[in-house]
Design a protein around this ligand. Structure first.
Ligand code: NAP
Length: 490
């Protein structure tokens, strides 16, 4: 990272500060007071995003001034942003993550002294590294028919490579020994499989670290059963979203779960939790998650001793238990947020008795070129096409109609599937069909390459009888099928 970009006029490091919505301003105020009290010299550039911005009619929830500030400072400490229902379409959080390509979301959890959970004493100390931009969260959704919706699960080799390498680098920077890749590659062999394959390739460059693959559902099971076996878990966006909420619950809940969104140029630090509107303005919220997000930010800025000083003061405060927030002891007995913050400030300079602080080294961001990733194949051939058709017919009736269309032409109707299961030619099974059919066509000549004119002719012939909604070419890449078979197809 080029720190010069973020230097304010007086030589202080500038940071964009977004107080956010709901409990955000109270949590951010707590973090800011503690950082100032720890003697770190930062120039806060306060900006807005979220509900107040949606109300101004800015549909993204992120105004120009905020984008300009982040482009200058490259580092953001933010409170949670509400995603209002009724105005403003997309989440301002997701917009910020995507605008600045913060491709990895780092979510550490570690057992806290004085925060009693069913897992206390097990020594939980792990980090979930979640891919932050791609997957189902690319937000590419289409209604295929009035009754069938589709969301594209987009996974790129470049996206996988960045997040996987970051996970290995993070393990090194934190002195950890093992990294797990959690995927659903057993079912989604191409998309989730790409993460697994990229992980296994990258692992060869990190021989000092153990690399293990685990199926994500078993990972969830193991996290509940024996969480202490994990150190770093890298996973796709949707899996990471779910696993990391699970892991925050293991150590005391959302009030204790910090996070960092890391990109090549910009990093955004925020709690995992949202705006918790029912607690807003009541001086009762637990600000620890935002304070620890600020600690992660200080490390990112190279302020290791200030980060350690603040982390130690939080741990001393929790260890002594004189100031405990409502989420830990009940809201009728909880310490006000402001008093909890003052207690942490008073504890700056003290060291916790119950645990050693980790020795952090600077995180080396993987250098992946910014240019679009053109992955070239040695050999590549289009061998057929899946044409998706909407029809209220039976599988047999649709099959005969399509057979008539391709009769005497270069194509053969290989099969029709419905929601992934082959239903034509008749297989003897009884799937419950909907009006969305994948019709797979291949060339009679298995050695030939499908030409676009042939496909366009086929499409126009089909559209004379049926409504089609999309086409996928079937490609062979370096001799391997770049598509999966339907359930029951061979
Ligand atoms: P939420 O704000 O995280 O709150 C859910 C519950 O978690 C709270 O009711 C509370 O539980 C607990 N909680 C959250 N933060 C806490 C803290 N600091 N200390 C103690 N307990 C805490 O989730 P939500 O109610 O689903 O979402 C509210 C809004 O926030 C929505 O508009 C959502 O879109 C947004 N959101 C933003 C972000 C972000 O900015 N990154 C993330 C998630 C959600 P109890 O009720 O059990 O006390």
């Amino acid at each position: 990272m080029d720190l010069d970009h973020g230097m304010a006029a007086k030589g202080k490091r500038a940071v964009t500060l977004i107080p956010g919505d709901g409990v955000g301003p109270e949590c951010i105020e707590a973090a800011r007071r503690i950082i100032d009290a720890a003697g770190v010299s930062l120039e806060w550039d306060e900006q807005q995003a979220g509900a107040s911005v949606f109300k101004r009619g800015i549909a993204s929830g992120v105004p120009r001034e905020t984008i300009d500030s982040i482009q200058k400072t490259r580092v953001v400490l933010k409170g949670p942003l509400e995603t209002p229902v009724g105005f403003g379409e997309k989440s301002a959080n997701v917009t910020l993550r995507k605008l600045f390509e913060t491709y990895a979301n780092i979510r550490p959890v570690r057992e806290f002294p004085g925060v009693v959970t069913p897992y206390s004493g097990r020594g939980i100390d792990l980090v979930v590294v979640r891919e932050n931009v791609e997957d189902l969260y690319a937000g590419i959704e289409h209604m295929q028919t009035p009754g069938v919706a589709q969301c594209l699960k987009l996974i790129s080799r470049k996206g996988c490579e960045k997040v996987v390498r970051l996970a290995f680098e993070l393990a090194r920077a934190e002195g950890r020994r093992r990294v797990h890749c959690a995927s659903k590659a057993n079912i989604m062999k191409l998309t989730e499989g790409l993460l697994k394959r990229t992980f296994e390739e990258a692992a060869r460059e990190y021989p000092d670290l153990e690399a293990h693959h685990i199926i994500v559902d078993n990972c969830a099971h193991q996290l509940v059963k024996r969480p202490e076996q994990f150190e770093v878990i890298v996973t796709t966006n949707m899996n990471g979203d779910i696993l990391s909420d699970l892991t925050s619950a293991l150590v005391g809940g959302l009030g204790f779960a910090p996070s960092a969104n890391i990109g090549n140029e910009v990093a955004i630090f925020e709690a995992v939790h949202g705006s918790a509107p029912k607690y807003a303005g009541k001086d009762v919220i637990n600000p620890t998650a935002v304070i620890l997000s600020a600690v992660m930010m200080l490390r990112y800025l190279g302020e290791f001793s200030a980060a350690a000083k603040i982390e130690a003061a939080v741990l001393v405060t929790l260890e002594e238990g004189r100031a405990r927030t409502g989420d830990v002891v009940g809201y009728d007995r909880g310490t006000p947020t402001s008093v909890y913050t003052e207690t942490i400030i008073a504890n700056l300079g003290r060291r916790p008795q119950s645990r050693e602080l980790r020795d952090y080294r600077p995180l080396q961001l993987p250098r992946v070129p910014a240019a679009p990733d053109l992955v070239k194949a040695g050999r590549r051939r289009v061998v057929g096409a899946d044409i998706f058709v909407e029809a209220g017919l039976s599988a047999g009736a649709l099959g005969s109609s399509l057979e008539q269309i391709v009769a005497d032409g270069p194509f053969k109707l290989k099969m029709i599937s419905n929601r992934g299961t082959m239903v034509y030619p008749f297989t003897g099974t009884l799937p419950d069909c909907v009006d969305h059919w994948r019709c797979r066509f291949v060339l009679h000549d298995r050695t030939a390459e499908l030409r676009d004119e042939q496909l366009l002719t086929l499409l126009s012939q089909i559209s004379a009888r049926h409504r089609w909604m999309h086409v996928e070419k079937l490609q062979e890449i370096d001799g391997e099928a770049g598509y999966t078979l339907a359930q029951g197809e061979d």
